[in-house]
Design a protein around this ligand. Structure first.
Ligand code: SAH
Length: 265
C-alpha cells in the first residue's frame, strides 16, 4: 500500500516549491493537482510515467476515491495544493477518508501566498513598535465566519491582516475596517498572482480607493489583500529598529556592548 503526500506547491513560481516537495514529485506514481491554482510548470517535475490528474472539476468524494485507488497502485501518491496545505485547503476533509481506508498520509508545507505577497512587495508583516501580530483570515462569503471572527472584530487589533478569498468582497473589507476605527487613508496592498512570472500585479492604495483601483485592473480572483500599519515602511523617514541587531542587546549568539539584560525574541 502506498502513501499519500499532501504537498504545498507554493504560490505559483515552480521554483518556490520546497526541495522535499520537488523530490516527491520526481518519484510520484500518481499526481492529483489543483489545476485552478497550481502552475502547470510543476508537472515538469514528475516522471513521464506518472498518472497526472487535475482536480479542478472533481468533488471531494471523487478526489478521495481517486487518492485511495492510486494509493493501492503506487508507492508515492502526491496531492499538490496551492501555497501551504494547512490554509484553506480542505486538508482534513481529504485526510479523514484516507485514515478510514488505512492509508498513510504525510504533509509537506509550502510557501503561502501571504508570504509570497509580502515578498513581492518588499514588505514586512511585523515591525518593532508598530505591530508584532499577523492575522490570516478572510471575509464571510458563502462560507460564514465562526462566532467572534467577524472581520470588524479582528480588525480592532490594528495588527497586520492577510485576507484570503476576499478580493470580490472588498466592499466588506472596507466597511469592516472603517467600523473598527481604521482611517480611510490606511494603506492597503493587493497582490494578484504573487510570484507568477509575467502575471504578478501589485496594487497599492488606501482603504478608501483600493476597490476602484482593483476594479480598474479587473481583479476578481487569485489575489491576496494585506492591510497593515507596516505597509510602506521602506520609505518612512524614521523607523524603530529590531532589538535583535541592537548593539546593546545580548542574546544567545552575541554579547551586547551595553548592559541590556533582555532575552532574545
Ligand atoms: N493554501 C493557499 C490558500 C488557498 S485559498 C495558500 O497558502 O496560499 C485561495 C486564495 O489564496 C485565493 O483566493 C487568494 O486569496 C490566495 N492566493 C493563492 N495563490 C495566490 C497568489 N499566487 N497570489 C495571491 N493570492 C493567492
Amino acid at each position: 500500500m502506498g502513501k499519500v503526500w499532501f504537498v504545498g506547491a507554493g504560490p505559483g513560481d515552480p521554483a518556490l516549491i520546497t526541495v522535499k516537495g520537488r523530490d516527491l514529485l520526481a518519484r510520484a506514481g500518481a499526481l492529483l493537482y489543483a489545476g485552478s491554482l497550481v502552475s502547470p510548470a510543476h508537472l515538469e517535475y514528475v516522471p513521464p510515467e506518472c498518472e497526472c490528474q487535475d482536480s479542478k472539476g472533481m468533488t471531494l468524494p471523487a478526489i478521495t476515491e481517486w487518492l485511495i485507488t492510486k494509493a493501492h497502485q503506487h508507492t508515492t501518491v502526491v496531492r499538490l495544493q496551492t501555497g501551504d496545505p494547512s490554509l484553506y485547503g480542505a486538508l482534513i476533509e481529504m485526510v479523514r477518508p484516507l485514515d478510514r481506508a488505512g492509508i498513510e498520509v504525510e504533509v509537506v508545507p509550502g510557501v503561502s501566498s501571504a508570504m509570497a505577497s509580502a515578498a513581492a512587495a518588499v514588505e514586512s508583516l511585523t515591525l518593532p513598535d508598530i505591530t508584532q501580530t499577523v492575522i490570516l483570515t478572510r471575509v464571510a462569503g458563502r462560507t460564514a465566519m465562526p462566532e467572534g471572527e467577524a472581520l470588524e472584530a479582528l480588525a480592532r487589533h490594528h495588527c497586520t491582516l492577510c485576507l484570503f478569498l476576499s478580493i470580490t468582497l472588498l466592499h466588506k473589507v472596507q466597511s469592516a475596517l472603517l467600523a473598527a476605527g481604521w482611517p480611510p487613508h490606511a494603506p492597503v496592498l493587493v497582490v494578484h498572482k504573487a510570484s507568477w512570472l509575467g502575471d504578478e500585479k501589485l496594487i497599492r492604495g488606501t482603504l478608501a480607493d483600493i476597490r476602484d483601483r482593483c476594479r480598474a485592473e479587473h481583479l476578481s480572483s487569485q489575489a491576496l489583500i494585506i492591510v497593515s500599519p507596516t505597509l510602506g515602511a521602506r520609505h518612512w523617514p524614521t523607523l524603530a529598529t529590531s532589538k535583535l541587531y541592537d548593539a546593546t542587546f545580548t542574546h544567545r549568539f552575541r554579547k551586547g556592548e551595553g548592559n541590556s539584560q533582555e532575552m532574545p525574541p
